[in-house]
Design a protein around this ligand. Structure first.
Ligand code: Q9C
Ligand code: ZN
Length: 353
């Protein structure tokens, strides 16, 4: 039986963001531990996966992707959360966390004030920094790098259970539940080990603004994204079809915004367009930013894809014949997330005649 290697770290279970601030209100956080627990349970009942935990230090490639000032800020801040947030300032039972309050003006002025830095290095009020956040982001990036290594060693398809997710993290800013951009880190690892061209197809319902930002002026990474129209959904300020890249990167960024209510057939039409473009690019490797918040039951999504559809998606990707690394991004319908991942991965298995 063909097997699909899965890379995963128990470090992911330590990440416990409790709430988002939305409309000034404290609302339950969507990116919860139960997501990864549900995926692990489903994979555990699956006979075609082999599980591994990573041992690679991802920092050489994280440092290629992210700004040194940002990495320093995230490390300093997450190391000091327990000391920074006073016991009397949190509600009983809460995990201490730091959220930004003030965001930079457009005038470019910089300041080292810690309150100002919170908004300089984090772009929303959904992405808290807790004690240990830097370490768990690093562990997630190491899952991505280990997955990239396995693909480069010859595995045709690898699934990396990255949590926290990565595609909203820009060069110098966390956001959208993301701290390190795992897809970008994996791409840099591949390029550093001999790949000439890497394509990234991001099918999370949210536009991968971070990945786009990181590779916007480059032609060695082709970024393609299907997502809900940013007029309708986060991250709002990126994801338009007119964003095609700049300089060397011109025409190497391809966005397909789709309307609310998009179902299997309409979505798959766009997937076929995307895959044709990727084929033309002739990448050595294909990275998938695999978000399942396109599912019909997703509490924060607006598409209507079904669990069965993800198998068709996986199969169409596999038919390209390019070695692939799938990285977990979003997906918040916790009870069906594992089933969605398994359906998707089953599409990569050789088909029985
Ligand atoms: N209370 C990823 O899927 N919006 N990030 C939350 C709902 C933020 C999604 C609003 C969505 C971020 C990786
Ligand atoms: Zn998402």
């Amino acid at each position: 039986m063909a097997e699909i290697p899965v890379v995963y770290t128990p470090e992911s279970l330590k990440h416990n963001p409790q709430f988002e601030i939305f409309n000034g209100q404290r609302t339950p956080h969507a990116e919860v531990v139960a997501r990864v627990e549900n995926i692990l349970e489903a994979l555990g009942a699956c006979d075609f996966v082999t599980m591994e935990t990573p041992t690679i230090d991802p920092m050489p490639w994280v440092e290629r992707v992210h700004d040194a000032g940002y990495l320093d800020y995230l490390k300093r801040t997450s190391d000091a959360v327990d000391a920074t947030v006073k016991d009397e300032d949190i509600q009983a039972g809460d995990v201490k966390a730091i959220y930004p309050s003030v965001f930079p003006l457009a005038n470019g002025r910089r300041t080292s004030n810690p309150v100002a830095q919170r908004g300089t290095y984090v772009f929303d009020t959904y992405t808290p920094i807790m004690q240990g956040t830097y370490e768990v982001a690093k562990a997630s990036a190491s899952v991505a790098v280990a997955g990239a290594e396995k693909v480069m060693q010859g595995a045709p398809h690898v699934y990396a259970l990255t949590r926290p997710p990565g595609h909203h993290a820009e060069t110098a800013r966390a956001g959208g539940y993301c701290y390190f951009n795992n897809a970008a880190v994996a791409a840099e690892y591949m390029l550093d080990h001999g790949a000439k061209r890497v394509a990234i197809f991001d099918f999370d319902i949210h536009h991968g603004n971070g990945t786009q930002d990181i590779f916007y002026d480059r032609d060695d990474v082709y970024f393609v994204s299907t997502h809900a129209d940013p007029e309708r959904l986060f991250p709002f300020f990126r994801g338009g079809a007119d964003e095609i890249g700049v300089g060397d990167g011109r025409n190497y960024n391809f966005n397909i915004p789709l309307p609310e209510g998009t179902g299997n057939d309409e979505f798959h039409g766009s997937v076929e367009t995307v895959l044709a473009r990727i084929k033309e690019y002739k990448p050595d490797y294909l990275i998938l930013s695999a978000g399942f918040d396109t599912h019909e039951q997703d509490p924060i999504g607006v598409f209507k894809l079904t669990t069965d559809y993800y198998q068709q998606l996986g199969r169409s990707i596999a038919e390209l014949g390019i070695p692939t690394l799938s990285l977990q991004e979003g997906g918040y319908a916790t009870e069906v997330l594992g089933a969605n991942v398994v359906s998707y991965l089953s599409g990569f298995l050789p088909q029985n005649p």
